[in-house]
Design a protein around this ligand. Sequence first.
Ligand SMILES: Cc1cc2nc3c(=O)[nH]c(=O)nc-3n(C[C@H](O)[C@H](O)[C@H](O)COP(=O)(O)O)c2cc1C
Length: 209
Amino acid sequence: MRKQYRAEGLAENELAATPVEQFARWFERAVTEGGVFEPNAMIVSTADAEGRPSSRTVLLKHFDEQGFVFYTNYDSRKARELAQNPYVSLLFPWHPMARQVIVTGVARRTGRDETAAYFRTRPHGSQLGAWASAQSSVITGRAELDAAYAGLAARYPEGEQVPVPPHWGGFRVAPRSVEFWQGRENRLHDRLRYVAEPDGSWRVERLAP
Ligand SMILES: Cc1cc2nc3c(=O)[nH]c(=O)nc-3n(C[C@H](O)[C@H](O)[C@H](O)COP(=O)(O)O)c2cc1C
């Protein structure tokens, strides 16, 4: 299990001006040559009002200077926690590249138009799935889920437009800090973190590994 990382390093002078630009560079590498299965899969950690944490994997669907966007059920545990406490952490575990990116920030719901535009791009079956599942609630068994799906499939056959569920939509995480971690030899890894300044600029600091 103890692997020596021999990957290239990460130096201050090669960083992009903003963390989103730097993320775009690493994400491109992860997609094209990183050997990473589902590079847009990230661990989203939230905490409730008492500070009790919870984590789960979610897919990143969009990112730009405004933030990192994912879609989910607004009645789910994560969404209920975000309603109480909007602070969130996103972690991209790009193990084959000995890389990790950790974003911390504040999550806000995406607008209904943006959510609807994305929902329309999803396959018909996934659109029905968003209606069929009361995500994070306890159910009686698999049959309940399958019956809900079958009912919806009968009501909205393939080709028919499925309305956007009111309980479903996006969150946009506006970054406050973004750490780029690059594995190096002898556990002397590179860790460079962008931190948002009050005037909107970014400070870069190096952390001990
Ligand atoms: C690879 C992978 C991708 C996933 N993508 C999503 C996603 O984009 N949105 C989502 O709501 N759940 C996604 N899930 C399911 C979540 O991990 C989780 O089970 C679900 O969102 C309920 O989480 P919660 O009860 O903590 O709110 C994904 C799971 C895996 C393993």
